[in-house]
Design a protein around this ligand. Sequence first.
Ligand SMILES: [Zn+2]
Length: 648
Amino acid sequence: MNLELFAETYAVYTRVSTGGQEDNTSPEGQYEACKRYGETQGWKLMENGWYHDTISGTKKGIDRKMLAELYDLIEAKTIKHVVFKRVDRVGREAAIIKEIIKMVYSLGGKVSIADKGRTYKNFRECNNDIRFESVVAEIERDNIVEKNWEGRISQFKKGSALGKQPYGYITAFDDSKSRKFRLVKIVTSEAEALMDFLKKFVETRSIKEAVDYAASKGYKTRSGHPFAHHFFRDTLKNLELYNGKPVKQEYSFFEEVFSREFVYPQIISDELYYQIREATRLKSKADREYFDGVRPYLGIVFCSHCGSRAGIRYKSKATPKKNGEVYSSFIVFCPSHAKEVQKTYRLEGKGSGKECGKSFRYGEITKSILQFLDDASRLGTAEQYSKELLRVLIALRDIQFQIKKAVALRDNASNRKDSILKKLDKLMELEGVDISSFIAANSENLKSIEEQIRQSNSHISELKRNYNSVTEILEMSGLKVTEELLSSIEVNRRSIAKEESYSGDDVRNRRNKIEERLLLDILPETVKSLANELSEGLGKIRGLVEMEEWETVNTLLYRLGIRVYVNFNEPLRNGKLPEIALAVALAESADRVGAVAGLLAERTPETVCGQNTTKGHALKNIPMLREALNARGVPVQTPDAGEEGRLL
Ligand SMILES: [Zn+2]
């Protein structure tokens, strides 16, 4: 290698920063000045010896691509001299400038600063001489930064576009304003692709289908990738912006934050905007509520406030957990709430409604059920459970009796009514007979009979409802209720009553004693086998709940008659737990029915008939009779509107 030649070879290093550039520092200007300096020294410019970086003056030498190449050239002894125009072209931070010149000397090169007309012998000489300029370069940098920021903030406030634009937009300089003011314009091809893509989503409500469609049309993002799921998500984030709605933008300079409302040119029409929003809402709701398995506790939870059978809804959160799993749960709710909301919406135009508006996670129900099963010792054995079943059967038999009794009472009353009306008919057939005295004598009686019939009818239907619901419960539990089964209970009951003497006991005590013996002695086989089957299942419930075997859990709980009553109307404050009550509906129904039956047994016909609460004279409600009375000069008017008129 020619050392003499090496000693006289130089390269030029120029630099401009990334942010706007000060005057008189164009790369060409720097290069020319450096080249002139080298020529005056009699050096030889290395072939292609211009090395330029567009980089901040605060970046280290090794982080600057071209400067790093120069380092290699010095080390390889290809060049000796590196010429900079000014100290601030070396760097804009004293420490960085020092690091760079140190590196040049340590590799065996020399630094020249063209504007100072100097080439330095060694690092120390260079460092001493450029100390002042280094500090100036650093101070200037701060000024430049501030000046640049001031300029940018001022443009920001005037409404110039900011940084990178969302898909569909591009910036352009506005000739009518200052050179740095940038306008936002729509990129027609991008806007069309975007709308086509979104319309496909509205149509299919499926991101996947929209993405596939975009791929088939060859749509690409600005970086050349096909539209993907995250492109859709980004678009949704900017939906308002695309619709021409003002969006908030911020620009911060250290602690100072400037904000403005910015309106982008509208790409998406209002109609499409609302269609997308609705499609997104429906899609995410459907995604989060879609569940094709068996829901826990379906059919056994009821609203204790309104009596509705509760609904169980699958719900998952839109945002997943940190580990990517989806938060999901089953929500127990009262369906009558939704109905009420719909009604207020119909009537008042707004969907408010407080009734039964609470909902709970199913975990609350699990806790209560497991607690209940632990406590429910009476259900612990097959024998106890079968006693429970038998108790219900006895109550059912009682209801049957009460129905017969009430029917007889009603028939008796209607017979009496018929006979009075027949007499009246006969009197009316006779000419010249004054029927007003007959009516006067019988009207009270007739009124009372009529009330008896009404009340009997309502009792009969209540008893029949009870009978049907208890029968239904028993049959759902797997026990077939037959007339044979009921009469075998009745036969046994009678024989027990005959065998034993209950003198001195009142009716209720006597009945309880008979029932006790029935339960101990006579358990029909059907009841026994059912009870065995169910008590086995009972022991497994906890494990089944833990394993989320909902189908089996639901069936077992249902057949065991376990019902959960939740108060969906009770407001939950301060972490209060929902009011949950559990009952074995078999026993509960038996108690309820027993109470009704007991009450009826103690009632005399008078109390069953109760008070006449109707207004006005019942007879005047029969049009034919009314006309007849009127024809005979007895003034009878049609019932007033609003009066509780009834037909006999
Ligand atoms: Zn309710």
